[in-house]
Design a protein around this ligand. Structure first.
Ligand SMILES: Cc1cc2nc3c(=O)[nH]c(=O)nc-3n(C[C@H](O)[C@H](O)[C@H](O)COP(=O)(O)O)c2cc1C
Length: 214
């Protein structure tokens, strides 16, 4: 093994996770851990890795930002014509992974994704800074483009186009997705690699909690 990597070793001793102290609701438990991550000065505590699978079974992952937890669904925004959105239209099974190393914690969410309403996408789109709204028009996300100048020219074009517009319309190709989870696993690093894993799973519309071996 290459020493550069194999020498790296952390022992996890900060905390533990006990069946007796967790909430019966995985959403309540998610909010507890998220609030602690946010107050721990974790950079971008709402960043997570979204994994999708194409209809041919090819997986791919990328970092995203969580923008809301609405009616027990995890909401994020992106280009509806991007590679990830193509996957999600063809295969709604996704996973989300939050990693909060300063707290030695990880959350894994698996579930089914669906588009949020146009109204809800409009509402969030218009709450974004104007530059981000223009950016949604500029970038044909996931497409091969000829050069950086291509983006700069499109930026100039759309900035001028919307310069005097009282409201920038939301492009139809941009909006929100929500993940309705079927399982949520909370992982707390422990000593000697004997970590705590508590997994909530939907069983007949009830959340059950099971301990999983690390
Ligand atoms: C910290 C971070 C946050 C990101 N947040 C988002 C996001 O909320 N929405 C988004 O479309 N892309 C976001 N990206 C970019 C994605 O990782 C990815 O490059 C992009 O969505 C294209 O992915 P795709 O080609 O697989 O569809 C973020 C990247 C980073 C590093």
């Amino acid at each position: 093994m290459n020493d550069k990597f194999s020498h790296l070793r952390q022992n996890y001793t900060l905390n533990s996770l006990d069946e007796k102290e967790v909430s019966a609701s995985p959403f309540e438990q998610f909010h507890r851990w998220f609030d602690q991550a946010a107050s721990h000065a974790t950079i971008e505590p709402n960043a997570f890795v979204l994994s999708t699978v194409s209809k041919k079974g090819k997986p791919s992952s990328r970092t995203m930002l969580l923008k809301g937890v609405e009616d027990n669904g995890f909401v994020f925004f992106t280009n509806y014509e991007s590679a990830k959105s193509t996957d999600m239209k063809e295969n709604p099974q996704v996973s989300m992974l939050f990693l909060w190393l300063p707290l030695q914690r990880q959350i894994r969410i698996e579930g089914l994704v669906s588009k949020i309403s146009n109204l809800a996408s409009d509402e969030y789109f218009h709450s974004r800074p104007k530059e981000s709204q223009v950016g949604a028009w500029v970038s044909p996300q996931s497409q091969i483009i000829p050069s950086r100048e291509f983006l700069d020219e499109r930026w100039k074009h759309f900035s001028e186009k919307f310069h005097d517009a009282p409201v920038i319309p939301r492009p139809e190709h941009w909006g929100g997705w929500r993940v309705d989870p079927t399982s949520i696993e909370f992982w707390q690093g422990r000593e000697s690699r004997l970590h705590d894993r508590l997994k909530y799973s939907l069983d007949d519309n009830e959340w059950i909690i099971q301990r999983i071996s690390p």
